[in-house]
Design a protein around this ligand. Structure first.
Ligand SMILES: Nc1ncnc2c1ncn2[C@@H]1O[C@H](COP(=O)(O)OP(=O)(O)OP(=O)(O)O)[C@@H](O)[C@H]1O
Ligand SMILES: [Mg+2]
Length: 262
C-alpha cells in the first residue's frame, strides 16, 4: 500500500482537485484506492458526495470522549469502481484543542492505515491548511508528500512557508519526507504563470514534477458536478496532465530508505 499526502498551507491551490483526480485515475487503472479527507472543511467529502454526519469521519479515529471507532466502519465505497472514501467532519477542527499534549496522538492514522493495508493499493490524504494534529498524522503516515503549487507569484512565498513547516516535522519524525512539488493552475498565455514555473524549476529542480497541471475550466465543471476527473472526458487537457503526473509519480522511489530523497 502506498500513502500519498497532498498538502499546501495555501488555500485554493488544487489540493482537493489533485487528490480526487489522481485517486480516480488510480482506481480506473485497476488499483484499490482510498481517499481520506483530512480537512475539517470537508471539500473532498462534498465533492465525492459522502455525508460525514451519516457515516462518521476521521474524527472518530481519535477516540475523543470514548473509544475510537474501528477504521473499517468509517470507510465507504463510492459509485465509482475501486474508489473508496473516509470522510471529514467539522468536529475535526476541535481536535487540536481536545487532544492537547496527549502522547501517541501523532500516529493514530498510521495505526489505522496499517489495519487497511490488505484492502488498498493506494491511499491519498487531502490535508488541511493548518499545521496541527491532523497534518502531523498525515505526514507521519505517508510515503510521499505532493505539494500542489499554483503558478502565480504569491504561491512561492506560500511554498517556502510550507517547506519550513515540513522541516520541523521531519526533525521530529527523524527521516526525510520524499516530496514532489506539482505546478497547478498553469496558464501558458500569461507571463506570471510562465515566470513562476521557471522560478520553481530553478529553485527546486528535480523536486518539481515534469507534468504541469493547466487551468482547465472543465476541471472546475467536474468538481461542481461531483464527478472525479477520470469519469469526466471533457477535461481532456487537465485529464492528460494528471495522467502524466500519475505515471511520473509511480516511477519515483517509494521510500527514503530505498531511494534518494527529493
Ligand atoms: N487545474 C484547474 N483548472 C481549473 N480549475 C481548477 C483547477 N484546479 C483546481 N481548480 C478549481 O479551483 C478551486 C480550488 O481548487 P481546490 O479546491 O482543489 O483547492 P484546495 O487547495 O483544495 O483548496 P482549499 O485550500 O480550500 O482546500 C476549485 O473550484 C477547483 O475546481
Ligand atoms: Mg481542499
Amino acid at each position: 500500500m502506498r500513502v500519498w499526502a497532498i498538502s499546501n498551507q495555501k488555500g485554493g491551490v488544487g489540493k482537493t482537485t489533485t487528490t480526487v483526480a489522481l485517486g480516480s485515475l488510480m482506481a480506473e487503472s485497476g488499483k484499490r484506492t482510498l481517499l481520506i479527507d483530512m480537512d475539517p472543511h470537508a471539500s473532498l467529502s462534498g465533492y465525492i458526495g459522502v455525508e460525514s454526519a451519516a457515516h462518521g469521519s476521521v474524527y472518530d479515529l481519535f477516540g475523543i470522549g470514548g473509544n475510537p471507532l474501528p477504521v473499517r466502519t468509517l470507510v465507504h465505497a463510492t459509485q465509482w469502481d475501486r474508489l473508496s472514501v473516509l470522510p471529514a467532519s467539522a468536529a475535526m477542527i476541535t481536535l487540536d484543542r481536545q487532544i492537547g499534549t496527549r502522547p501517541g496522538m501523532g500516529l493514530v492514522l498510521t495505526h489505522a492505515l496499517a489495519e487497511l493495508a490488505p484492502d488498498f493499493d493506494h491511499v491519498l490524504l487531502d490535508c488541511p491548511p493548518t499545521l496541527g494534529v491532523l497534518m502531523v498524522n498525515a505526514l507521519a503516515a505517508s510515503d510521499r508528500l505532493l505539494v500542489p503549487t499554483q503558478t502565480e507569484a504569491l504561491a512561492l512565498a506560500g511554498l517556502e512557508r510550507m517547506l519550513r513547516s515540513l522541516s520541523m516535522i521531519e526533525r521530529s519524525r527523524g527521516k526525510p519526507m520524499l516530496r514532489t512539488i506539482v505546478p497547478t493552475l498553469y496558464d501558458a498565455r500569461t507571463h506570471a504563470s510562465r515566470a513562476c514555473l521557471a522560478q520553481l524549476r530553478e529553485q527546486y529542480g528535480d523536486a518539481v514534477s515534469e507534468a504541469v497541471i493547466p487551468t482547465d475550466t472543465q476541471i472546475r465543471e467536474a468538481s461542481a458536478a461531483g464527478v472525479p476527473l477520470a469519469s469526466w472526458p471533457a477535461a481532456r487537457r487537465g485529464g492528460l496532465a494528471y495522467r502524466r503526473l500519475l505515471d511520473e509519480l509511480l516511477a519515483l522511489p517509494v521510500s527514503s530508505m530505498t531511494g534518494a530523497a527529493a
